[in-house]
Design a protein. Structure first.
Length: 139
């Protein structure tokens, strides 16, 4: 019998994997272009782009974590033994996304909040699916 939250976990997991791959590709492209500009221009503008590469590295790390959590949700969604583990992954995702948003806000003083609202809603759905599996496992 399929667990109640497994479908929700699979859908959110696939979305996280897709978003993580897209974000990672965009950030790798930004890192490559920043390095090219930094090596071509050895003035202040080039140095600013190299400094910005640090925040791109943080985004890449978060994208890898997002893909890993999505993969785990897809693979472990129907196994009720991992329901609490997936719930902890979801809580970890919320914490990581909030820290990333605060990091970018501190670095840039201005960020677009819509992507963070979307991933936080997806993280809450991730937690909800895992919680439904936890409730189903107790029966």
């Amino acid at each position: 019998m399929e667990a109640k939250g497994s479908t929700l976990l699979k859908v959110v997991g696939y979305i996280f994997v897709i978003l993580g791959i897209l974000a990672l590709c965009i950030q790798i492209g930004g890192l490559i272009s920043d390095d090219i500009i930094g090596t071509v221009q050895s003035n202040v503008i080039g140095q600013m782009f190299i400094i910005d590469s640090g925040s791109l590295a943080v985004g890449m790390l978060v994208s890898v974590v997002e893909m890993a959590a999505g993969y785990m949700a897809v693979k472990m969604s129907s196994n009720l033994l991992y329901a609490k583990t997936l719930m902890y992954y979801g809580i970890g995702l919320v914490i990581i996304f909030v820290i990333e948003a605060l990091f970018y806000l501190g670095a840039n003083q201005n960020i677009s909040w819509w992507p963070y609202v979307i991933v936080l809603v997806l993280s809450v759905l991730y937690i909800a699916g895992a919680y439904m599996n936890v409730k189903n496992a107790k029966r």
